[in-house]
Design a protein around this ligand. Sequence first.
Ligand SMILES: [Zn+2]
Length: 250
Amino acid sequence: MLFLVRNCNLRFLPGPARAGLFLLLASAAVRAETVILQPVIVDSAFDHTASDLVFADAIFAQMSLDFEMLPELTSSTLPATMDTSNLGVYLTDSTWQLAPVLTVWYVPNITGARGISFGGTVNSTVSYGVAVDNVYANDTLAHEIGHVLLDFQCGTTCYPGDSAHADDPNNLMAPGGTYRNLPASVSDVYGQGGTDDQLTASQISLILQDQTGFLEGPEPVTAVSFLSGTALVLCFRRVRRRKNARFKCV
Ligand SMILES: [Zn+2]
């Protein structure tokens, strides 16, 4: 559509009309993307889904990306402590959802971490998941989702010796612990009045390449169509996946 307009003579339009048309086309060109999440509350894990969603939306607003959460699932069979050496248990569990839905397990405890992101091959299909535990930081979910959307690359200047984390403490993908500057409130987030959890232009560009297939998901109301047939096959076909990666994040 932009191509067609560019080759039309618009001088017959009055100035305000041309300006309005430009703004309309510009807004269409920067269409917002949505990633759909499936929260799963495991055992007696804290339910901090609402807060996590607020921070994830605030953080990824800098690239016009937002999140929708499907209705929560619960699991009384998955273990209360996540065994990070056996993540296949989660990718083969009945609570795991097909792409483009990204499953988020809320677990009471992850050994040695407060969040984790991982991908693994299950029945010849590489699958992704993330998890957060009861000692989460406000941006832990956003950070773990960032790992998946970046396909486990740092996407900018990497933290020394770590190809998945960023070197800048103000970057969303900086390692946790005491290194990354964590937002105490939404107003600490970059673009919301603060400087925390920034994404660089190169990271945004990499995410928008959609190497993992979670962008351009349907709105939740239409997600059910992905349960059937052709759409699902096409969805998996367009995904180029990095195999058997996992990152425990403190
Ligand atoms: Zn991390």
